[in-house]
Structure formats: structure tokens, C-alpha cells
Design a protein around this ligand. Structure first.
Ligand SMILES: Nc1ncnc2c1ncn2[C@@H]1O[C@H](COP(=O)(O)OP(=O)(O)OP(=O)(O)O)[C@@H](O)[C@H]1O
Ligand SMILES: [Mg+2]
Length: 259
């Protein structure tokens, strides 16, 4: 039997009113994938996520999630957004934030948590290693711990796919290493699509890498290729001078610029 793609995008164009942001995107992602996407500010990364979530309709082309139209397939996706509503000021508990992942309108307009919901919340807290913090309020957490709360909230939906938009932008390098370890564990049963500016971290932690800058360059490569760097940033030498480690680039002529 052929492997079914969890996300499948074909000949897709998308944008806002007259402004096309994504052009001719083709992308397939499978259940065991851990894909990292990089790209410059404004390159269309968050827009691509909105398309996958079915929040933005494509101008052209098709997108399916778990074989369904994106808006229907969304229930299989756990999403950690680039910008969190600032919970820091509110005395809301970790448990309550994660429980939001289970609050779905139902025909009875009844938001009471069933025992299965509570189990899913508890499992999510355990998976991210913050079960001990469940009674704490959000203002009593570090940035890295807060990040785990948001990931727990996404996991509480029992997703098949996890989308993370810049999850390490507000945490230090030690916390982001721990976050990547956590994601590698979750990838055991969840497909992961991770967007990040952190080239170094992303390239050494994901299984495959691609680049979004109006167009998506993704061929299931394990390493950043010169083609991706060109497509994404248009200036390979400059990027390498900013510290992309040797190992993310296949052996080629740019290595001289390192030492
Ligand atoms: N709601 C919107 N309405 C109109 N234009 C938008 C909207 N959201 C984004 N854009 C524009 O679409 C382009 C791509 O934005 P997007 O947020 O997808 O980029 P990004 O790659 O996620 O950038 P960043 O790295 O800064 O998060 C930008 O030019 C942006 O100004
Ligand atoms: Mg973005």
C-alpha cells in the first residue's frame, strides 16, 4: 500500500487580496516526517501554515490534510503559533491553558471536560515534562516552561500532525535544545512541521529541511543545499559568514569561507 501523505499541497498559490505571497507550492509530508522550514521575514512561512490549517483559502491549487480538505483535516493538527496571547499577566493555571486544547464547541454547548479529556490533558503534561507545574499560574513560569505549556495545549488535541511557528524565538539555547529533544521524542508518533529562523538548531535537529521564500524549495533533503540558500536568501556567502556550521552544508566550495 502506498504511504498516504498527511499533508499534500499541489500547485498552490495563496496570498492576501491582490498580493500573492506563495507561488506554485508543491509539498508532501508523511506521518514519520520531521520537516524544518526556514526562510526570510515575510517569505510566507506563516501564510503557508494558515493555508495548511484551512484558515486561508488558496487562490489556486489544492491542499489536503489527512486526505481531507484542510478545514476538515484541521482537527488532526496541533498548532503552536508564532505569537501567543500574553497569558503572563493572568492568574490562569497551566492546567487551564492546556485544557483549552480540549474545549471544542459541541452540539450541547457544554464545555465540561469528560474523563477522556482529562486523560488527554494529563498525558500532554506528562509528555512535555511539566506535569508537576499543573497548578502553577502562567506568570510563575520561565519562557521555556511557558513554551511547553503551549505545546501541551497542542498535544491535548491528540494530533497526528504538530505545526510549530518559531517555537524557539523567545527561549535561550539550552531551552531550545531541550525543546528539540522533546520534539524528536514526539516525532515517534506525530508528524512535525517546524518553522524557524534558527538555522543552526533547525538543521541539526530535523530529519529534512526546506526553504520558503514565495516559492517552497523542498525535496526531502537532510541538509541545507546551496539551492535552498540561494532561493531563500539570495546570498550564500553572507549567510555562511553568520555561522551556519559545516555539517549543514554538503561538502562544496563555500567551506573555505569558514576558517
Ligand atoms: N493578514 C494579512 N493581510 C495582508 N498581508 C499579509 C497578512 N499577513 C501577512 N501578510 C503579508 O504576507 C507576506 C508573508 O507574511 P508571512 O507572515 O507569511 O511571513 P513569514 O515568512 O511568516 O515572516 P516572519 O519570518 O516575519 O514571521 C508579508 O509580506 C506580509 O506582510
Ligand atoms: Mg511568520
Amino acid at each position: 500500500m502506498d504511504k498516504q501523505a498527511v499533508v499534500s499541497i499541489k500547485d498552490l498559490w495563496a496570498g492576501y487580496e491582490a498580493d500573492t505571497v506563495l507561488e506554485d507550492v508543491n509539498f508532501e509530508m508523511y506521518q514519520d516526517d520531521f520537516v524544518g522550514l526556514i526562510g526570510p521575514n515575510g517569505g510566507g512561512k506563516t501564510t503557508l501554515i494558515r493555508v495548511i490549517l484551512g484558515l486561508l483559502k488558496p487562490e489556486k491549487g489544492t491542499i489536503t490534510v489527512m486526505g481531507q480538505q484542510a478545514a476538515r483535516g484541521r482537527k488532526h493538527i496541533g498548532y503552536v503559533s508564532q505569537f501567543q496571547v500574553e497569558d503572563k499577566q493572568f492568574p490562569i493555571s497551566v492546567w487551564d491553558v492546556v485544557a483549552m486544547g480540549r474545549l471544542r464547541p459541541n452540539p450541547f454547548h457544554n464545555f465540561r471536560l469528560a474523563s477522556h479529556d482529562k486523560e488527554a490533558i494529563e498525558t500532554a503534561l506528562e509528555e512535555t515534562g511539566i506535569a508537576d507545574l499543573r497548578e502553577r499560574t502562567m506568570n510563575e513560569l520561565s519562557g521555556g516552561q511557558r513554551q511547553r505549556v503551549y505545546i501541551s495545549r497542542a498535544l491535548a488535541t491528540e494530533p497526528k500532525i504538530l505545526l510549530l511557528d518559531e517555537p524557539t524565538s523567545s527561549v535561550d539555547s539550552q531551552s531550545s535544545n531541550q525543546l528539540y529533544d522533546l520534539l524528536a521524542q514526539l516525532n515517534d508518533h506525530i508528524a512535525i512541521l517546524l518553522i524557524s529562523h534558527d538555522l543552526t538548531a533547525i538543521s541539526s535537529n530535523v530529519k529534512t529541511i526546506g526553504c520558503v521564500n514565495r516559492r517552497l524549495v523542498y525535496e526531502g533533503n537532510k541538509e541545507l543545499t546551496p539551492e535552498m540558500i540561494e532561493a531563500g536568501y539570495g546570498c550564500p556567502i553572507d549567510l555562511i559568514a553568520h555561522g551556519v556550521p559545516h555539517r549543514v552544508l554538503p561538502g562544496h566550495q563555500y567551506e573555505d569561507h569558514h576558517d
